[in-house]
Design a protein around this ligand. Sequence first.
Ligand SMILES: Nc1ncnc2c1ncn2[C@@H]1O[C@H](COP(=O)(O)OP(=O)(O)OP(=O)(O)O)[C@@H](O)[C@H]1O
Length: 310
Amino acid sequence: MTESISSQNAIEIAHLSKVYAGGKKALDDVSLNIPRGQIFGLLGPNGAGKSTLINILAGLVNKTSGSARIWGFDIDVNPRNAKNSIGIVNQEIMFDPFFTPFETLENQAGFYGVPKSERLSMELLRAVHLEDKANAYARTLSGGMKRRLMVAKAMVHSPPILVLDEPTAGVDIMLRQQLWDYVRELNAQGVTIVLTTHYLEEAEELCDRIAIINHGRLIANKPTRELVDMAQEKIVIVTVDRDGAGLPSHPCFDKVEQTGERVFSITFNKDRANAGDVLGAVQALGFGIVDVATREPDLEDVFLNLTAAA
Ligand SMILES: Nc1ncnc2c1ncn2[C@@H]1O[C@H](COP(=O)(O)OP(=O)(O)OP(=O)(O)O)[C@@H](O)[C@H]1O
């Protein structure tokens, strides 16, 4: 494979648009660079366009306009090299149920032209904790096992980029953790990981950088920490010293919720007030404060704010 000389980016997407037959605009002028060596999260609500983007990179959907380069290879000019540079785990589970996991990986390696002596089928099965199922029929595997087999299948040609489209949907928590351990391990070995997930907590924990797509448009693309810091809302939870008909409104409060007996969860905007202002306001309304806790905003808050505003 001719090594690309172009840049430090694993994937470069410029002005990518997709209009499906029937007129649905699934991607609208998306430009996005995914740096090499990262775990990159692509988030967005249902129908935002994430799968369309990934399927264009996989060569499964034709773009309407724009360009994309994978490991420096333009998907139009050099489709074969582009395809060889990426392994994709789709949302749907796709393999022949009559082959064993070992045969499934061997067949896939053959499809990519990997010589027999260079195949890694058993190593891959071991890595995804399926070595004891190597010779079972794939149709007898559980949902979580099938998904892990899909990940192994995407890695048979040792691509420098692994894309996981909702890889943990329907996978229980323990297996999800094992899958992420493997993904982290691959990343530590230098594989660039791109994943879409609905689990914001997971994205926050795993990803170096996160892009958010909404209605086919890119609405954010930042290091995870910066994105989380964008949350404008903060929450103070106060326990007051007496029963009342609830806390009256106050200019400092964006939202007040009673979450327990004498316990109120008060949301405020960190640009307009601080926790001291909020507590002062509670006291000024005639309540004594017995206890205080704060909750930091997380990615879910940012996500909801951004997608609601867009
Ligand atoms: N083959 C198709 N023909 C017409 N419209 C399509 C097709 N595939 C997807 N769409 C539409 O394009 C939009 C984007 O869909 P896409 O599957 O890319 O979103 P997504 O972000 O992956 O959603 P999800 O998280 O639910 O998988 C949706 O409105 C969808 O209905």
